[in-house]
Write a protein that binds this ligand. Structure first.
Ligand code: AMP
Ligand code: MG
Length: 264
């Protein structure tokens, strides 16, 4: 997932820790859009053919579709053709944009299949997979008897029970400032503060507005506290695209906390 993973646990032995890292590595193998032979990328080489996919992949595709509908396309994992150009410092042309659009990914819950309607589509789970991986690492730890744990994949953090004698894990918020006490909950931060590309003198965020195909140029940063990483991670990204006003309207009641640091 191209990032540092830090796991902190209260435990007599390191076995559960190793299992949690293994679970994250397994998800990376499945969900990566960098690795040519990930399950995700194999799916992307099919067209007009419903493909049976793993439970992990289906769960993320389904959650993503729901968010695309809810955000009127501001959150869109079919943005891959654009993000792959962005990584090369390029902006998309008209042809590239024809291969983007969440309605071209068709899911069948009963058969657990996914179908890509157009050739040359590319899915990118970069806005949702880290939160889910953190959730799954915590689930692995719990299954092995560890309840007090904190899992951090850069800006995506998931907490289990609090450290002994405390009310929660102290998590500092950047760039919002201050700190929160996190327990059995998740916090994610998105924005353009760290990852951007300079293209023709303009600073474009790695978060793309699917309406324009361009990286965000506003200096917005969004922090979301929710029950699970599977919610906090993509919602933070979605609100970055939608902006504070629309973002609050859609998500305020669906999350525990929504902090937006507006453009300077
Ligand atoms: P995050 O760091 O969680 O905000 O996710 C940002 C990543 O999500 C980017 O690096 C892209 O891989 C991907 N992405 C960019 N724009 C979008 C978008 N509008 N909807 C869904 N995923 C996106
Ligand atoms: Mg995200």
């Amino acid at each position: 997932m191209g990032t540092l993973v830090r796991i902190t646990i209260y435990s007599e032995n390191a076995g559960p820790m190793r299992a949690a890292f293994r679970r994250i590595a397994e998800l990376d193998e499945t969900l990566s859009d960098y690795k040519p032979d990930s399950e995700l990328n194999k799916l992307c080489r099919t067209v007009s053919n419903p493909v049976k996919v793993s439970e992990d992949l289906f769960r993320l595709l389904e959650a993503s579709e729901k968010l695309s509908r809810l955000t009127d396309g501001a959150f869109d994992i079919t943005i891959g053709p654009v993000t792959h150009l962005w990584r090369l410092g390029k902006t998309p042309d008209v042809e590239t944009m024809t291969r983007v659009g969440w309605r071209n990914l068709v899911l069948d819950k009963r058969h657990r299949t996914a179908e890509l309607k157009l050739a040359g589509m590319q899915l990118d789970l970069g806005a949702i997979a880290k939160g889910y991986a953190a959730d799954e690492a915590l689930k692995t730890l719990r299954r092995l008897g560890v309840q007090r744990a904190l899992i951090a994949l850069s800006g995506d953090i998931v907490a289990g029970d609090a450290p002994p004698g405390t009310k929660g894990w102290r998590v500092g918020l950047e760039p919002a400032g201050g700190e929160i006490l996190l327990r059995n909950a998740a916090v994610s931060t998105s924005g353009d503060t760290e990852q951007f590309r300079d293209i023709g003198g303009v600073r474009y965020s790695h978060i793309i507005d699917p309406k324009t195909g361009l990286g965000l140029t506003s200096a917005i940063a969004v922090t979301v506290v929710a029950r699970r990483g599977l919610e906090a991670d993509p919602i933070a990204t979605a609100v970055s695209v939608m902006g504070e006003e629309r973002g609050r309207k859609v998500f305020e009641r669906r999350v525990r906390k929504l902090i937006v640091v507006a453009p300077r």
